[in-house]
Design a protein around this ligand. Sequence first.
Ligand code: ADP
Ligand code: MG
Length: 577
Amino acid sequence: MPIRVLASEVASQIAAGEVIERPASVVKELLENALDAGASEVAVEIRGGGSRLIRVIDNGAGIPLGEVELAFQRHATSKIASAEDLSHITTLGFRGEALPSIAAVAKVTLLTRPADEELGLSLLVQGGRVVKKERRGSPVGTIVTVENLFYNTPARRKFLKAEATEAGHSSDLVTRYAMAYPAVRFTLLNEGRTAFRSPGSGSLYEVLVAAYGLELAKQLLEIREQGEGEVRISGYMGGPSTHRSNARGITLLVNGRWVRDPLLSHALREAYHTLLPSGRYPLAVLRIDLPPEEVDVNVHPAKAEVRFRSSGLIFEAIQRAARRTLSESAPIPVVTRPAVPSTGPRMGRWIPAAPRPEPGAAPRPQRELPAQAIAAEPAGEVGPKVPPLRVLGQLGLTYVIAEGPHGMYLIDQHAAHERVLYERLLGERAVRGINSQSLLEPIPIELTPAEATTLEENPQALAAWGFDLEPFGGRQYLLRSMPAILGRVDPARALREILDDAAREGPGVAGSGWEARFVIGLACHSAVRAGEALSESEMRELIRQLESTRSPRTCAHGRPTMIHLSQEQLEREFGRR
Ligand code: ADP
Ligand code: MG
């Protein structure tokens, strides 16, 4: 086919396709126009899932009668005037594409009356052309009726789902906009029946009652507005027991615009961390308000996505707000004294490595440790959990200072990390084996006679924990791979120290087997040390990981990972009570 310019009708159908994908897209554009016109009441009516009819009635400002026809031209808008205006959009619409797009794929009747007109003006537009125009009596505001959607684009029509599904999308939209604009009264009529109604009282909570029912709404926690810099987070979030199987229960409202943003949804979900069963999603309505210059809304034809100038900040603001809300409202066990384990560390479950062969006896094959036997402790045996904590800073390059629901926590960074890595090692060993990393070049190690003996006694055990050591004559060995968890630690040195530690029966691990001590040593050597500066995000990550361990309150050696100074203690110390 030769190249040719498409007929304007085809071109506008193509353009319309970007904005109007399904009936709900029409509902969205018309709702946005009504809200931009300052309506306090918006009624939506749909029939046939929206394909047959969509009508949106608002009591907003109306369109000046002389501009009504213009409103149907592409890129005709009253909302912006220059490219510069794009950088601080305060209206929902600004592209001037909705009305012409809808009119390209449906029959549209628009009736509008501004307050200063006696009569309204009605315009019938079909196939993009005005076919009828007349003055008529009308309430102040605008009524847009869209019929026979996609009548001239059979391809689109074919892709529509069942009427109930399409109606569901529209209903979803009306509900979310009601959440975004609690002061506006919304009604949705589906096939003549009221499907949703919001009171328009200005209370988001009342909208949530209308949307989810009182029972569910009662379980929501209010996110009290938190202004950090210019980003403000507010709204409601479900407590840990309110969850869904997908992310659709998360409504993100950026400056009153409902947007999809997987990253921000993720921020919210992460804030729950271990509080939510895995694979489940929270229910939440998050209002994110920030200066319009900080958001680029001009990235998606249907304006369903936005881009933030500093998304990291917003990510953090959401996490902070959500965590604070959870920790303030969720029922969390109160621990008022530093957690010192009353009994020794839980090492009793360890199966000791095979006993030393008698001198002179034929060496028996070493017993491989059954993976199950050394799996982390079952859920029933865990110590008290850690409440959600907010990191405040680092003390003496050794302790993380954090705030929890009932006071202050000082966390020993090394002990905490050791606990995290210890449980990770046990988990890896139990599930798919230790993550091991080959060295680019084998490292020669000469062991002391004691170390060499230990090694000879536990060859498989060492390999099972990720160390590949090859005898190289005498007490010489070649280290070919190491457990990945060691990170950048000098593996040869770490191995010797771990072997050394494991050979001695330390106070915390008395009675447990050599291999148990070996793993603890491995966790210990892989963990961050006291004296290491940690960034804020490293500290947050450490706390997050600690929260998810089974026994977060002690390190692998059984020493406490944290000290808690309760609110009461603080008040007593300061003579406040
Ligand atoms: P946009 O909303 O991006 O400006 P539209 O095609 O949706 O583009 O609408 C074009 C113009 O028509 C709007 O800028 C607005 O001036 C006017 N308009 C559309 N719908 C309404 C309404 N319900 N009330 C008042 N004015 C409206
Ligand atoms: Mg619009």
